[in-house]
Design a protein around this ligand. Structure first.
Ligand SMILES: Nc1nc2c(ncn2[C@@H]2O[C@H](COP(=O)(O)OP(=O)(O)OP(=O)(O)O)[C@@H](O)[C@H]2O)c(=O)[nH]1
Ligand SMILES: [Mg+2]
Length: 300
């Protein structure tokens, strides 16, 4: 028998906790049980009280103060401490049954998803051994990144890095779609959803250099204001986009956390990835009634 869960990840402020709240609300509306695990040792306010809260084990503020660490070093310390005290997480999760969706709300420190080998160890504990949770990662990237294409590809690279590092079913999500739906053409949005590397060539804010390298910045100063520029910056971005293109593994689902249908559609993708519905026994209330009748008849 398997348990089911989703690991909600992504850079700071991507909308992870808001998405967790929206998922819980959606599952409750559909009479589905869920189990909420907060793994952000700095998170303060919750719309739904977590069933497990890492702050009951370790608190980022205390770590920063006592160990004289900054927020990123403090966070890594908190996760190493969690790995040394995994019973805190695994003991209560043993009791969770297969009809629950376990939602893990992660912190936004990007190093967790790129190069620090902490999450693979955590994921192994959750997905193997006695817990055996069938997990899907949900990696959120804020859709406003599409307004600055190099930034979008940098964010996409972080999503790909998490996919490669964790080696588990994975959905990538462009969050906060309500913020860009009026400023990005539908045709362009489709290309962002597929992480089309050619988007950089068509970027108004950047000039594709001439073959002799003598190209100029785009003539539109409004589009280029405050945006990093330069030939080597362009080459770096092209190389990043090409790498993403060669792996051909990143595409995005679109999320507006305020829209129940949008949340429902992402939950369906996650359900498919973890094969949630295949594991659910059809439950007929009549069965319980029949069992009660038979048992009481046998008692007599
Ligand atoms: N417009 C809009 N704002 C959103 C949406 N989702 C989240 N936000 C806002 O974005 C901000 C950050 O959201 P959070 O859910 O706290 O993001 P997070 O990824 O959990 O942030 P950290 O845990 O600090 O990394 C909040 O002000 C949210 O209200 C959305 O779908 N649309
Ligand atoms: Mg959060």
């Amino acid at each position: 028998m398997s348990k089911f869960g989703t690991l909600v990840m992504g850079p700071a402020g991507a909308g992870k906790s808001t998405f967790c709240t929206a998922m819980i609300q959606h599952l409750q509306n559909n009479k589905r049980p869920c189990y909420y695990v907060n793994l952000d040792p700095a998170a303060e306010d919750f719309a739904y009280e977590p069933d497990i809260d890492i702050k009951e084990l370790i608190n980022l503020e205390d770590v920063m103060e006592e160990m004289s660490l900054g927020p990123n070093g403090g966070l890594i310390y908190c996760f190493e401490y969690l790995l040394d005290n995994l019973d805190f997480l695994t003991d209560p999760l043993q009791e969770v049954t297969e009809d629950y969706l376990i939602i893990f709300d992660m912190p936004g420190q990007i190093e967790l998803y790129t190069h620090v080998p902490i999450l693979p160890r955590l994921v192994q504990t959750l997905t193997r051994g006695s817990l055996n949770i069938s997990m899907c990662a949900a990696y959120l990237l804020e859709s406003t990144f599409v307004l600055d294409r190099p930034k979008f590809f940098a964010g996409t690279l972080s999503a790909m890095s998490a996919m490669l590092m964790l080696e588990m079913p994975h959905v990538n999500i462009l969050s906060k779609m309500d913020l860009v739906k009026d400023s990005v053409a539908k045709r362009d949005l489709k290309r962002f959803v597929q992480a089309d590397a050619n988007l950089l060539d068509d970027d108004d804010a950047y000039t594709v250099r001439n073959a002799d390298g003598a190209g100029k910045r785009d003539a539109n100063p409004a589009a280029t204001e405050n945006i990093m520029a330069g030939e080597s910056f362009n080459r770096l971005n092209k190389a990043v986009a090409q790498l993403i293109d060669e792996f051909s593994m990143v595409s995005f689902l679109k999320l507006n956390a305020q829209d129940e249908d949008s949340v429902g559609s992402i939950v369906s993708y996650i359900d498919d990835a973890i094969q949630y519905h295949e594991a659910q026994e059809p439950k007929e209330p009549k069965d319980d009634f029949d069992t009660e009748v038979i048992e009481s008849a046998m008692d007599r």
